[in-house]
Design a protein. Structure first.
Length: 128
C-alpha cells in the first residue's frame, strides 16, 4: 500500500445541510458516519457530476470548510483588504497606498513611499 500525503484543494466544494432522517439513497456515507448522522453534517456533490454525492460529518466540515464570500476576491485584492484592515485596527486612519487614498471607518492614513507608512493629520501626515 502506498503512503498517504497531504493535498490541498484547487476548487470549491458544493454542499448543502443534511436534514435529519432524509433518504440517503445515492449518497455515499462511511460506516463510522452512519452511526453518527444524529450529529449532523452536510451533503457534498461533485460540481461536474451532480449524481456523485457523499456525506460530510459536521465536525469535519466545521474544522475544514467555511462559506465562500458572495463577491469574487482575487489573491491580490484579498491581501490588500487584509493589510488595510490590519492597518486600520492598529492605527486610527484611512489607509492610502502609493498616493491613492483608501477610506476606512477610523480616519485617514497615507503611504508616501514603499518603505514607510504615514498616518494622516489633515493631509500632511505624520510618520507611523
Amino acid at each position: 500500500m502506498s503512503e498517504y500525503k497531504q493535498y490541498q484543494r484547487k476548487g470549491l466544494s458544493e454542499m448543502r445541510p443534511y436534514i435529519q432522517g432524509e433518504d440517503l439513497t445515492g449518497i455515499s456515507v462511511s460506516e463510522p458516519d452512519k452511526n453518527n448522522l444524529h450529529l449532523g453534517g452536510m451533503i457534498a456533490r461533485n460540481p461536474k457530476n451532480h449524481d456523485d454525492k457523499w456525506f460530510v460529518a459536521q465536525k469535519y466540515f466545521d474544522d475544514n470548510l467555511e462559506p465562500v464570500s458572495t463577491r469574487h476576491v482575487t489573491p491580490l485584492q484579498s491581501a490588500k483588504d487584509a493589510f488595510i484592515e490590519a492597518f486600520s485596527r492598529a492605527f486610527s486612519g484611512t489607509l492610502v497606498a502609493g498616493g491613492i487614498w483608501f477610506n476606512t471607518p477610523d480616519g485617514e492614513a497615507v503611504k508616501e513611499a514603499w518603505n514607510h507608512l504615514q498616518q494622516s493629520e489633515g493631509r500632511g501626515g505624520k510618520e507611523v
